[in-house]
Design a protein around this ligand. Structure first.
Ligand code: ADP
Ligand code: MG
Length: 593
């Protein structure tokens, strides 16, 4: 076939295919428009899984009569003007594609009256062409009726699943928006039967209970976490996750929302699942309804035609925040007595019989919980640190000091279990990382390399004791050499403008005073020279803490670097980094000899 430019009809059908995959996509786009129009009630009606009819009615602001025909043009939107606006999108729509796409593959009738118009308008569009328009009396708001979806794209029609499947997709879609907007009343009617309704009273718990059903909702734990960072956006994470006993073999019950938008994000689903590490069997997945809120300029929503995916400016920070929020909720519920944990649940279900909790207390405790990592028998719940293990990609390959280790897993968010040719290795993640950071810093220092530093957006003032201040004054120039930018600011206060890059995600208000105290002690005892002592302290402040859940890749990075570390067996302060249990020892313990 010679190269030819496609005709407009074909172009719009191809474009429509990206946005409108199935009847549920129509429901999604029409609901989004209703929400953007400020609706308080949204009524969705479908026939035959949405193939015959999808009708969405709202009581939103409506469309002015003279603008209504424009709504069906591609790239026609009232929500965006310049590309800069993309950074601060607060509406669900912005691409101006949905109505045009729907109209290209169906018969659409729009009836709308804008709040300030006396008369409304009705427009009928078939296969993208306006075939009828007339002024009509109508209540404020908009009704969009979509009939005979995919009538002109038989291929798409053939790929639709059984009506029951399409109905389920539609129900799922409506449920998601109902969760994201509890203040809006949603009603779904499928083939003449009401299949879903929310109250629109603004209470998330009520909606989640309707969506999951009362029995499942009883097993949900509340998540409420506000993460404020020194160097990044504040993130609010709230919603519900299941207690570890309620799970499924797939991820379909993990629902994620970012700034009022339902999204798919494998990495965040993984963060949620990982938070159950040690509490849920591998291959099982929790239920979760998690809503994440953060400033709009930290999320790019313009990634995908269906707007189902977003890109975060710092995906890692969001990953850790979600994992931490879920982990905290789950640990609080699994380790506190029942009375304590009822406080975390919304008042709505406090009075309900806590069957699962009651039953559980009669059973022997799960072995995973019996790790005895702390005196109380709980997992340590120290602050998670937002840190990355540095990759040392360009570094020349160093000789091996440990055998190749295969990661088996992590226990108590503190130790990495690995297997080597000679048996089992238990690695203390904190001690091992301290050793690695120490070696790296020491090598840069010895080679006279500049220590990389990061500027802090808003200088931080830190209060010190007079003797700490004296030390800063005396060794100020050494701090600068190691990447700190600081200056005196009032009697016993310093202003911090720059930090060494390895410390960029740690909180200086926490580590700096203790780092200086430790240096003071070392100077007094004259044990080692100042610079080395500073390196030790920096490594300790920047290292991964115990209590931080690590991904497989993170564990792998850490261990493979340790395998080539000159002295892999101890942390700079002398603590062991690993315990080796030989195959013989294991055999002896299990009396296999
Ligand atoms: P987008 O939502 O990306 O702007 P759409 O094609 O979905 O694009 O809608 C085009 C325009 O039509 C919207 O920008 C809005 O001005 C108007 N519109 C669509 N649906 C409604 C509605 N239910 N209520 C009010 N205005 C609507
Ligand atoms: Mg839209």
């Amino acid at each position: 076939m010679p190269i030819q430019i496609l005709d407009d009809n074909v172009i719009s059908q191809i474009a429509a295919g990206e946005v409108i995959e199935r009847p549920a996509s129509v429901v999604k786009e029409l609901i989004e428009n209703a929400i953007d129009a400020g609706a308080t009630q949204i009524y969705v009606e479908t026939l035959v899984g949405g193939r015959r009819l999808v009708r969405v009615s709202d009581d939103g602001i409506g469309i002015p009569s003279d603008e209504a025909p424009l709504a069906f043009m591609r790239h026609a939107t009232s929500k965006l003007r310049t590309s800069d606006d993309l950074l601060s999108i607060r509406t669900l729509g912005f691409r101006g594609e949905a109505l045009a796409s729907i109209a290209a593959v169906s018969h659409v009738t729009l009836t709308t009256r804008h709040r300030e118009d006396n008369l409304g308008i009705r427009i009928r569009v078939e296969g993208g062409q306006i075939v009828h328009r007339q002024a009509v009396g109508a209540p404020t708001g908009t009704v969009i009726m979509v009939e005979n979806l995919f009538f002109n794209t038989p291929a798409r029609l053939k790929f639709l699943k059984a009506d029951t499947t399409e109905k389920r997709h539609i129900l799922n879609m409506v449920s998601r928006y109902a969760i994201a907007y509890p203040q809006i009343r949603f009603v779904l009617n499928q083939d003449g039967k009401e299949t879903f309704r929310t109250h629109g009273n603004g209470r998330l718990a009520d909606v989640v209970m309707i969506v999951l059903g009362i029995d499942n909702f009883r097993q949900m734990l509340e998540v409420a976490e506000e993460i404020t960072q020194t160097h990044g956006p504040s993130i609010r994470i709230y919603g519900y996750v299941s207690n570890p006993e309620l799970h499924r073999i797939d991820r379909t019950r993990i629902m994620l929302f970012v700034n009022g938008r339902s999204i798919q994000d494998n990495s965040l689903s993984h963060a949620i699942t990982q938070a159950y590490h040690g509490l849920m069997e591998h291959g099982n997945f929790p239920y979760a309804v998690l809503l994440i809120e953060m400033p709009t300029d930290f999320v790019d929503v313009n990634v995908h035609p269906t707007k189902a995916e977003v890109r975060f400016q710092d995906a890692n920070v969001v990953f850790i925040a979600v994992q931490k929020a879920v982990r905290n909720a789950v640990l609080a519920a699994t380790s506190l007595p029942i009375s304590g944990h009822a406080n975390r649940i919304s008042p709505l279900i406090q009075g309900w019989e806590r069957t699962w909790a009651g039953a559980k207390s009669d059973e022997p405790e799960q072995t995973e919980l019996n790790l005895n990592l702390t005196d109380s028998g709980r997992f340590p719940q120290r602050e998670f640190a937002d840190k990355n293990i540095p990759y040392s990609m360009e570094a020349p390959i160093k000789p091996r000091t440990l055998p190749v280790l295969r990661i088996v897993g992590q226990i108590g968010a503190t130790y990495i279990i690995a297997e080597g040719p000679a048996g089992l290795y238990l690695i203390d993640q904190n001690a091992a990382h301290e050793r690695l950071l120490y070696e790296t810093l020491l090598a840069s220092y010895r080679n006279n390399e500049t220590i990389l530093s990061d500027t802090i957006d808003e200088a931080i003032s830190i209060q010190l004791t007079p003797s700490q201040m004296t030390l800063i004054e005396r060794f100020g120039e050494r701090f600068v050499a190691f990447g700190f930018g600081l200056e005196p600011f009032g009697p016993n206060t310093i202003l911090l403008r720059q930090v060494p890059s390895i410390l960029k995600s740690a909180d200086p208000a926490i580590y700096l005073p203790s780092l200086i105290s430790d240096l003071e002690g070392a100077i007094r005892d004259r044990t080692i020279e100042f610079d080395i002592q500073l390196i030790i302290q920096m490594a300790s402040a920047a290292a991964i803490r115990s209590g931080q859940i690590l991904s497989r890749e993170e564990m792998h990075d850490l261990v493979s670097q340790l395998e080539r570390c000159p002295s892999p067996l101890t942390a700079p302060d002398g603590r062991p980094t690993l315990i080796h249990i030989s195959a013989e020892q294991l055999a002896r313990e299990f009396r296999r000899h």
